[in-house]
Ligand binder design. Structure first.
Ligand SMILES: [Zn+2]
Length: 131
């Protein structure tokens, strides 16, 4: 990325999400995958990085179950997950379509896209055997 500023940094990410593609920054210099998007690679400080598509598969690295949602429109309970993606990066999101007693660290999850308040957002759900 040559012209990084606050807008261009995340606009490409959200444009991809709108097309139901999950992407993450990959450093051209050291190959590091990172998230959230930063002006420079957190490993080697290079500003030479590009967005690459992720397969959206990962495992729960950690999670928090919130039994008192922040307001109307939030599910109860509200499950926040830190997902360890297969390409070697992590992102925070919300876990959907999952029973409380089903959640565990290491649970295999996959990305899903849903529209909330006119904006498509990436969420995760348990990865179940293909039907
Ligand atoms: Zn780097």
């Amino acid at each position: 990325m040559s012209e990084n500023n606050a807008d261009t940094l995340t606009s490409e990410f959200w444009e991809n999400i709108e097309r139901k593609k999950l992407v993450r920054p990959v450093c051209n210099l050291c190959g590091n995958n990172f998230f959230s998007p930063q002006v420079v690679c957190p490993d080697c400080q290079s500003s030479d990085w590009i967005y690459e598509e992720s397969n959206g598969n990962g495992k729960i690295y950690s999670y928090t179950v919130i039994h008192r949602p922040m307001g109307d429109g939030f599910p109860n309970p509200y499950i926040v997950v830190d997902v360890d993606l297969e390409e070697g990066w992590k992102m925070y999101s919300q876990l959907l379509n999952c029973e409380i007693d089903e959640i565990s660290v290491g649970l295999e999850v996959e990305v899903i896209f849903e529209k909330h308040a006119e904006r498509t957002m990436p969420f995760f759900q348990p990865r179940r055997a293909k039907k």
